[in-house]
Design a protein around this ligand. Structure first.
Ligand code: LRH
Ligand code: MN
Length: 385
C-alpha cells in the first residue's frame, strides 16, 4: 500500500475514549488517587476533549450509566459539543446494584430482570437525547457454584431480556453485546465467549453486533482469528481495547503484547471495518490518566500503521506457494518497521503535535488540572476521592 493511502487510512481511524478511564480507579486492594484526576462527568468529558485536541482522532467519549448520570442530558450534550467532542457509546451498568447479586437480565427473579431491562431501555432513551447511536452492554451475570442455577434457564432469560431491549432500539441505533469468560462470576458466565454473543446477536437482528474486549479471553485465545471471523460474518460491532498479562488487567493497550495488537489491527486493515467502533476500556490504577489514554491511542495507531504496511501481494504469493516462513516474514517486516516518522507526518497533517504524550507532559496540564481541581497533593487528592 502506498504511503498516501496508509496515511489516509490512519487519518480515518477514530478512537473513542471511556469516561471511566479518566477518574481514580483501583483494585479491590486499594484506589490510589491521582492529583488532578477527573471527579465528575463534566471533568471526565473535559479530559476526553483534551485528548482529542492533542491527538486529533478521539472525537467521542463513551459514558457509563449511572456513573455519568445527570438530570439534564441536553445540557450534557451541549457541554460535550462545546468542548469539541460528541457522546459515543452508552454503557448500562447492570452490576453496581445490590439487587444484581444473582445477575441482572439472567436473574432468577422476574422483578429483578424487569428492572434490568428497564435500565437498558432508559439508556436507549439517554442515547437518543445525547445523539448516540450505540448501546454497549456487558453483563456481569453468572454463577459461582455448580448447581447454583439452571444454565439453560439463564440462557433463556438472557435471550428473552435482550429481545426486549432490542425491540426498544430506534432505527440506526446498535446494541453491542460484550462477552467475558469470567469475573465477577467464577463458575459460569452467561455471556462467556464470542460464540454465545454471536448466536445471541444473530437471533436478535441486524442492529445487534458483538463487542470484542481484548482482555476478556482465556489465555492463549487467538483474538485476531475471532475478529476475522466476526468481520467476515458482519457481526463485529466494535472493540474495547486494553491489554493484560494475566486476567482482565485493563492495562494500556499494546503495553504487554504489541505484536498481538498488530495482528488484530491487520485483520481490520484487511477487512471492511465500516461501522466498527474502536473504543478503549481501561483502568489506570498507578499512572496518570490522561497521558496513559493518549499513549493508548498512539499504540493503536502504531499497530494499525504497521498492519497497513504488510506487503499483502507478495504475502499472498508466499502463502499460495506454501512458503510458511517466507509468509510469516512479511508480517515481521511490517511489524519491525519504525512507523514513528510516518505517524508524526500524519499528525502534522491533522494539525496536532508529532508526540501528543510529550505535548501533554510538557504542557503542564497535570499541575494545572490538579490546581484547578484542588487535588494538587496526594493528600488533597485522597480527601477528594
Ligand atoms: C468488565 C468491563 C465492562 C465495563 C467495566 C468497566 O470487565 O470491561 O465492560 O463496563 O469493565
Ligand atoms: Mn473488562
Amino acid at each position: 500500500m502506498d504511503e498516501a493511502t496508509v496515511v489516509a487510512r490512519l487519518r480515518a481511524l477514530e478512537i473513542e475514549t471511556p469516561s471511566w478511564g479518566y477518574g481514580n480507579s483501583g483494585t479491590r486492594f486499594h484506589v490510589y488517587p491521582w492529583p488532578g484526576a477527573a471527579r465528575d462527568v463534566h471533568e471526565r468529558i473535559a479530559d476526553a476533549a483534551l485528548v482529542h485536541r492533542l491527538t486529533g482522532c478521539c472525537p467521542s467519549v463513551a459514558l457509563h450509566i449511572p456513573w455519568d448520570a445527570v438530570d439534564d442530558y441536553g445540557d450534557l450534550r451541549a457541554f460535550a459539543e462545546g468542548h469539541g467532542i460528541r457522546i459515543g457509546a452508552i454503557n448500562p451498568n447492570l452490576f453496581g446494584d445490590d439487587a444484581y447479586r444473582l445477575g441482572s437480565i439472567c436473574h432468577p427473579d422476574v422483578e429483578v430482570r424487569r428492572a434490568a431491562i428497564r435500565q437498558c431501555l432508559e439508556c436507549v432513551e439517554i442515547g437518543k437525547e445525547l445523539g448516540s447511536s450505540l448501546v454497549s452492554l456487558w453483563l456481569a451475570d453468572g454463577t459461582n457454584y455448580p448447581g447454583q442455577d439452571d444454565l439453560r434457564a439463564r440462557h433463556g432469560r438472557l435471550v428473552d431480556g435482550l429481545e426486549e431491549v432490542y425491540a426498544g432500539l430506534p432505527p440506526g441505533m446498535r446494541l453491542l453485546v460484550k462477552y467475558k469468560f469470567f469475573e465477577p462470576a467464577f463458575y459460569s458466565t452467561d455471556l462467556p465467549d464470542w460464540g454465545t454473543a454471536a448466536l445471541v446477536c444473530r437471533g436478535l437482528g441486524p442492529q445487534a453486533q458483538v463487542l470484542v474486549d481484548t482482555g476478556h479471553h482465556p489465555q492463549g485465545t487467538n483474538i485476531e482469528q475471532i475478529v476475522a471471523l466476526l468481520l467476515g460474518e458482519g457481526l463485529l460491532g466494535g472493540f474495547h481495547f486494553n491489554n493484560r498479562k494475566y486476567a482482565d488487567d485493563d492495562l494500556i493497550v499494546g503495553s504487554v503484547d504489541p505484536f498481538e495488537l498488530f495482528r488484530i489491527m491487520r485483520e481490520i486493515a484487511l477487512g471492511d471495518s465500516t461501522g466498527v467502533a474502536f473504543m478503549i476500556d481501561q483502568a489506570h490504577n498507578v499512572e496518570g490518566k490522561i497521558d496513559a489514554m493518549i499513549q493508548s491511542v498512539m499504540n493503536i495507531q502504531t499497530a494499525y500503521a504497521k498492519a497497513l504496511l504488510v506487503d499483502e501481494e507478495r504475502l499472498a504469493e508466499a502463502q499460495a506457494a506454501g512458503d510458511v516462513l517466507g509468509a510469516h516474514r512479511f508480517l515481521l517486516d511490517a511489524f519491525e518497521t519504525d512507523v514513528r516518522p510516518l505517524l508524526a507526518r500524519m499528525r502534522e497533517e491533522l494539525g496536532v503535535t508529532r508526540d501528543p504524550v510529550e505535548a501533554f507532559r510538557a504542557g503542564g496540564y497535570t499541575a494545572r488540572l490538579a490546581e484547578e481541581r484542588g487535588t494538587a497533593s496526594v493528600e488533597s487528592a485522597y480527601e477528594r476521592t
